[in-house]
Write a protein that binds this ligand. Structure first.
Ligand code: VGL
Ligand code: ZN
Length: 197
């Protein structure tokens, strides 16, 4: 595999953020080139699975009248309504059956960009002995950024999977700014070729 220097091992977990149909091309809140993260995340998934390391998939899981939707004065078109087709994970994502699924943004009147917000993700990771998290998915400038920020604040080491994240870019440069912010906060950025095995 890679000739890199970062070797996932005991205490590491992979977190896939919101790799859901509504965030892919054709979806109601499509992230430009969002589909490109799927094959790359599958490579990371294969590594973590081969090492029997924990995998977590977060999902946006909104009620039909969520406060982030335009009809309620929010910034977004309706997306990832709980139980809908658009809320399903990308069909080609090789999610392990034993992985943890974390639903967020489930309360009608509360936005939650971070997978840690209003969920038991932190407790689950701590129980599993996780100290470092490898984070990729959608979108770099929203849910990835907020999840990485919270992970760092909670004391985890964080690797942002730069080749497995894409940004909404509501304003041009938002994705790059988010990456810089995550770096300033203490995240390391890696790509698959840097992973040792
Ligand atoms: C997200 C916008 C609205 C995300 C979720 O997953 O990054 N972005 N809801
Ligand atoms: Zn949302």
């Amino acid at each position: 595999m890679g000739g890199g220097t970062i070797r996932p091992g005991a205490g590491d977990a992979l977190i896939l953020v919101d790799v859901q149909k509504d965030f892919l091309p054709g979806g109601s809140l499509a992230v430009p080139r969002g589909d490109e993260v799927v094959p790359v995340l599958n490579r990371y998934l294969a590594v973590f699975r081969s090492l029997a390391l924990p995998v977590v998939a977060t999902r946006d899981w909104h009620p039909p009248d969520h406060c982030s939707f335009k009809a309620r004065g929010g910034p977004w078109p309706p997306h990832c309504v709980a139980g809908s087709e658009g809320a399903r994970f990308a069909a080609l994502l090789d999610l392990p059956a034993e992985g943890l699924i974390v639903s967020k943004g489930t309360a009608r009147d509360k936005e939650a960009y971070s997978g840690f917000e209003g969920t038991d993700l932190d407790a689950w990771l701590k129980r599993a002995g996780v100290a470092r998290v490898f984070v990729g998915g959608l979108a770099t400038d929203y849910c990835v950024l907020n999840s990485v920020r919270d992970a760092l604040g909670l004391g985890y080491g964080v690797f942002l999977l730069r080749d497995a994240a894409r940004a909404v870019e509501a304003a041009p440069g938002d994705g790059e700014h988010a990456v810089q912010r995550m770096r300033r906060l203490g995240a390391a950025t890696i790509e698959f070729s840097e992973l040792g095995s």
